[in-house]
Ligand binder design. Structure first.
Ligand code: ZN
Ligand code: ZN
Length: 338
């Protein structure tokens, strides 16, 4: 059996190609999923451009929604169940990280659509234990982007470790922190959220969505946040955020990589200003299954967590990626397979 539709990354720095590809066969413990939609993520660009090393050739895509059509597992989602697959394809289940609830740090962590084939195809396989049943009432197109951006946003917010009432800062206001603001308004309703963004339109959106203050990246905030989540691609805002933190505060850096263009900013690191008084800095790596399933549950209960989307056919994946690379697209792009 050959897949009717695929988009394959064969070599870095080349567009994806529609190739004939054998239909995957599930192993014991796995399910075969007929893909309905797969959202487009910046990580696909990182894979194509070589910043995130993928096992090539690979079918990308890690925000997949589809129906289980074959199961080789006694537990887990039955045939006919609508499931979502996110970035976490699998982890060993036995190491100290897996046993300690941090399977995102497992040395055997495999990323969907990077180390194993993902959802830019008509069918894919996934371990049954890593295929998330989707709550009824959620639209598949809206669910797809939640599987990455939503889950990582929730993880960042949890790592920030604030309590309701403590001030939260968000540095950068792209898709991810936009989702974090909405989550924070739900989970910490008495916390003021302060947003730094360069783009005036983003600052307006932040205020409209419940931020207590929105300023340009150079501006001083009205209050010192107990935690700040940084999603910017550069270093300057990292120093600004460390300087703005309250004593004992934590900076959570939610970025796969940082550009080296302004790495010299780190030369301005001033211990008393940026780190003294027990300030902390932590990155966010991958997601756990719990991040995904908890976000889906929250989204089922809170309509405002459902993202704005637009749909394109799978065979226009390269156009969708190019638009994300060069255009300022609002909302998430979701590729439709059928
Ligand atoms: Zn992603
Ligand atoms: Zn492990």
């Amino acid at each position: 059996m050959v897949l009717r539709q695929t988009q394959v990354l064969e070599r870095t720095s080349r567009p994806l190609e529609a190739l004939e590809w054998p239909r995957p066969v599930p192993k014991v413990g796995e399910v075969l999923i007929e893909v309905q939609v797969c959202a487009v993520c910046h990580t696909e660009l990182d894979e194509i451009e070589g910043r995130v090393p993928a096992r090539l050739p690979v079918i990308p895509g890690h925000q997949v929604v589809g129906a289980v059509v074959e199961s080789r597992c006694t537990k887990g989602p039955a045939v006919g169940t609508r499931v979502g697959v996110g970035w976490i394809h699998s982890a060993c289940g036995q190491c100290q990280y897996c046993l300690g609830g941090r399977e995102n740090l497992c040395p055997e962590f495999l990323g969907t659509g990077c180390h194993v084939h993902g959802g830019y195809a008509q069918y894919m396989v996934a371990p049954a234990a890593f295929a998330h049943p989707i709550p009824a009432g959620l639209d598949s197109v809206e669910v797809a982007p939640m599987l990455c951006g939503g889950a990582i946003g929730l993880r960042s917010l949890r790592l920030a470790g604030i309590e309701n009432g403590q001030t939260l800062g968000l540095s950068g206001f792209g898709g991810s922190n936009h989702q974090v603001l909405r989550l924070a308004r739900i989970l910490y309703p008495d916390s003021a959220v302060l947003v730094w963004a360069r783009d005036p339109e983003q600052r307006e959106r932040a205020l409209a969505d419940g931020a207590a203050w929105a300023g340009d990246t150079e501006q001083s905030p009205p209050d010192a946040p107990a935690a700040i989540i940084d999603t910017t691609p550069v270093w300057k805002p990292v120093l600004a955020a460390l300087a703005a933190l309250a004593p004992g505060g934590k900076l959570v850096v939610n970025a796969i990589s940082k550009e080296r263009a302004d790495i010299d900013q780190l030369g301005r690191l001033d211990y008393p200003k940026h780190l003294w008084r027990e300030k902390m800095i932590q990155s966010v790596a991958n997601v756990t299954r719990r991040d995904i399933s908890d976000f889906l549950e929250l989204a089922a209960d809170h309509e405002r967590l459902r993202p704005a989307t637009r749909t394109m056919p799978l065979d226009e994946a390269n156009e969708a990626l190019l638009e994300m690379r060069f255009g300022a697209i609002r909302g998430a792009t979701v590729l439709s397979v059928r």
